[in-house]
Design a protein around this ligand. Structure first.
Ligand SMILES: Cc1ncc(COP(=O)(O)O)c(C=O)c1O
Length: 314
């Protein structure tokens, strides 16, 4: 974290959870009560909804603005959506889906929003190492704004190294009071680190791991270019420019097709398994999410199939 993201972490601040869906659930459990509002900037990673629904929290969907095919934070609108019952905001940084790397100024404004409305800020930075060449991720705790008394930052090796089965994540809590609360809930629920996950994390966060990630991002950059070029040839279909993540977020709104129509073409004609945009909340309805973290030849094959499934739009 210090080397790549310029944030020195005290090892005592780190809890090892069983992944970050578990980490986020633990934050919800530790810092909010049933009925409290939890803000999600939608569309956003779908598992957050599952956790909040199951724990009877009020899911407050604060939509991102889609400005010329790129997500922007929309504070002006969000100020009007607040009910006063919100206790927590979950930030996804870099953002999944849409692949935005939030700028220091974006993050500063998120921090100020949380201070202004007395919100705990849970920053899910699981995609923080999957940054495309030319982009820089800012770890939110490295900002000058002092929000450490309301901040939880989460990271993991599992997206970066494709080992989500290791079920391990880092929940990093600089503030001693928040840390004590979280620690009590971890103990109450009997959650202890997964030893295999810790060995995998140690192996991943090594000079060899760093070299591998750099090579990975160059490779994924090639996959992305190939995919974007194929999508650009299909009229009315737009892939958001990814700054991070390997998850292409593709908008079919301008094809004029219904959700069922474009999904059927992709799944049944092109035979590509995708994530459905509507499961990511408000704003995701016209999108499908494609995973580009695979062999180049597979991306090529997928592009060929898409090209022929949408041949009438070229
Ligand atoms: C933003 C975000 N958080 C969490 C997760 C899942 O984390 P885990 O497998 O550690 O539960 C994902 C997986 O896609 C994700 O995109």
């Amino acid at each position: 974290m210090d080397t790549r993201h310029n944030w020195p972490v005290d090892p005592d601040w780190i809890f090892s959870t069983h992944g970050l869906v578990n980490g986020m659930a633990m934050c919800v459990d530790s810092f909010t009560q049933p009925g409290d509002g939890v803000i999600l900037m939608t569309p956003v990673y779908h598992a957050f909804f599952r956790v909040l629904k199951a724990s009877n929290r009020d899911i407050r969907e604060f939509p991102l603005a889609n400005v010329s095919g790129r997500y922007e934070l929309d504070f002006k609108r969000w100020e009007t959506l607040l009910t006063g019952r919100e206790k927590m905001l979950v930030l996804c940084s870099p953002h999944n889906p849409g692949g935005r790397v939030w700028s220091p100024s974006d993050l500063q404004q998120v921090a100020e929003f949380c201070v202004r409305h007395d919100l705990i800020l849970v920053s899910d930075e699981i995609h923080h190492d999957l940054i495309f060449p030319g982009q820089t991720h800012t770890a939110i705790p490295a900002l000058e704004a002092d929000i450490s008394d309301r901040l939880v930052m989460m990271t993991a090796i599992t997206k970066t190294f494709n080992i989500a089965g290791a079920h391990t994540g880092n929940v990093i809590i600089p503030d001693p009071k928040l840390r004590a609360k979280f620690g009590v809930r971890m103990a109450a629920l009997g959650i202890s680190p997964n030893s295999f996950g810790l060995f995998m994390a140690t192996a991943a966060y090594s000079p060899e791991g760093a070299e591998w990630v750099d090579a990975l991002m160059r490779y994924l950059d090639g996959n992305k270019a190939l995919f974007d070029a194929a999508i650009a040839k299909i009229n009315g279909v737009n892939s958001m420019p990814l700054e991070a993540t390997y998850l292409a977020w593709v908008d079919f709104a301008n094809t004029g097709m219904t959700r069922q129509e474009f999904t059927t073409r992709v799944e049944k004609e092109a035979r590509i398994a995708v994530n459905h945009g509507h499961t990511f909340g408000t704003g995701g309805e016209s999108f499908l999410r494609f995973n580009l973290a695979t062999q180049r030849s597979r991306v090529e094959e997928a592009c060929n199939r898409l090209t022929s499934a949408f041949s009438d739009l070229q």
